[in-house]
Design a protein around this ligand. Structure first.
Ligand code: UD1
Length: 412
């Protein structure tokens, strides 16, 4: 059984589903009989449905339809609705990804469930956590609590980078449960990079980039710095923001927007606005500093300013990011994606649970104060250093995971 709940889960689980398809079709009898559960933590067209289409994912077998709510409400509601499904299906393995409320809720249910003796060889499913071991060491982040708890009760911990092995060992997780497999989000990026070139987002935004000069038109390889500063390109940067610590407090959010307004004098910013962030912009009346692009047919990004658009689908966002001069973000996954694309990234946080994006990739931590966001961004806009793709971020993480889990089933 595979669980996905929120936007960043979909890219991570897509690669595992693909790997199951490939393995099953290479055997006479399917090795896995997967059941896909969507918790419904994210539920609308822009945050969920378009991702299933873009990533060619199967319709979930079960949709728990939990929707939004406080952390306690959302987590409890997922647990209540997930338990009967788990008992009914009694899977041998439960595979969870990432660090969202859906991840911790379903892992807690699985760790304590007791299957009826008649329906399985086991009392409970083995819990496999993909993207285990990442730590920001900041327990004010809801995701950090979700990571710590999920890892503590998982049986198989699949990690993306070596720092995660160290973190898990420090927490007393036996080494034999930990597997360095690479990054399933990167699998999905590499698989869809070609399709993203057909996205029409750049022309919709009237970004008159000359096709011959685009970063995405040249192969993205280890050590290659992207070429987007070619003369005819109208440069732009991309912004994403949704962390509660950045957008839920008026002063903190206002300071970030001031920094963005300064940067936007040099380079236009395109800002796909997350629903949480959109709510706060309205509530705090911060809309004055943004230029909201209205109807799609009227979109046009000027030479300067912060241009707000609704959240974008996977392929459109990948295309936008691939051709940007710079990405400013507080997302975890985008730090990894920009590392692989070779696009300079400025992370608007005090810490990152993904240190490899700094030591090998294109990421810098700017913190959240105005001066440091502006100075880091200007430096990053002129970055010349090379990035190296982290070890095993090669598009094969999903198949490594599935191979290990097939071995578990074979040995039962
Ligand atoms: C969640 C995850 C976060 C992840 C982020 C990616 C947790 C604790 N947080 O945060 O780790 O990086 O998703 O997006 O699990 N909303 C919609 N449509 C939707 C879903 C949500 O409008 O389809 C609105 C909700 O009404 C709510 C807001 O977005 O007001 C926040 O959604 P929520 O799932 O609570 O948390 P995120 O901030 O998205």
């Amino acid at each position: 059984m595979l669980v996905a709940g929120a936007r960043p889960n979909f890219m991570k689980i897509a690669s595992v589903i693909d790997a199951i398809r490939v393995l099953n079709s290479s055997q006479q009898q399917p090795v896995f009989n997967p059941v896909l559960v969507h918790t419904g933590q994210h539920y609308d067209e822009q945050m969920s449905k378009s991702f299933f289409r873009d990533l060619d994912m199967p319709v979930p077998d079960v949709d728990l339809e939990v929707g939004s709510g406080s952390h306690a409400h959302q987590t409890a509601e997922i647990m209540k609705r997930f338990e009967p499904i788990l008992l009914k299906e009694s899977p041998e393995i439960l595979l969870l990804v990432g660090d969202v409320n859906s991840t911790v809720a379903c892992s807690l249910v699985a760790a304590k469930v007791s299957y009826p003796a008649s329906c399985s060889t086991r009392l409970r499913p083995l819990i496999a956590h993909v993207e285990a071991g990442l730590r920001s060491c900041d327990r004010t982040m809801p995701e950090e609590i979700n990571r710590l708890l999920t890892d503590a009760i998982s049986d198989y911990l699949f990690v993306t980078e070596v720092s995660a092995i160290r973190n898990l060992k420090k927490e007393g997780i036996p080494r034999e449960r930990i597997y360095l497999v690479g990054n399933t989000m990167v699998d999905t990026l590499l698989r869809h990079r070609g399709k993203a070139k057909d996205s029409t987002i750049l022309s919709k935004l009237k970004l008159n980039l000359s096709a011959g000069n685009l970063a995405s038109s040249s192969p993205i390889e280890d050590g290659q710095e992207n070429m987007r500063r070619a003369k005819n390109c109208r440069a732009y940067a991309v912004v994403t923001l949704h962390r509660p610590s950045n957008v839920d407090h008026k002063e903190a959010f206002g300071e970030i927007l001031e920094a963005l307004s300064i940067i936007a004098r040099d380079v236009p910013l395109i800002f796909p606005v997350h629903p949480r962030t959109a709510n706060r912009i309205r509530e705090f009346k911060l809309d004055g500093s943004l230029h909201f692009l209205g109807e799609e047919s009227d979109w046009e990004v000027g030479d300067a300013g912060i241009h707000a658009v609704p959240p974008l689908g996977y392929l459109d966002f990948l295309s936008l990011m691939s051709n940007a001069s710079l990405v400013l973000t507080d997302s975890g996954g985008i730090q990894e994606e920009t590392t692989v694309l070779g696009i300079p990234c400025v992370t608007l946080r005090e810490n990152t649970e993904r240190p490899i994006t700094i030591t090998r990739g294109t990421n810098v931590l700017a913190g959240t104060n105005k001066e440091s966001i502006v100075s880091s961004s200007l430096l990053q806009l002129h970055r010349v250093g090379k990035s190296r793709r982290p070890r095993l971020w090669d598009g094969k993480a999903g198949s490594r995971i599935i191979k290990i889990l097939a071995g578990v089933l074979a040995g039962r």
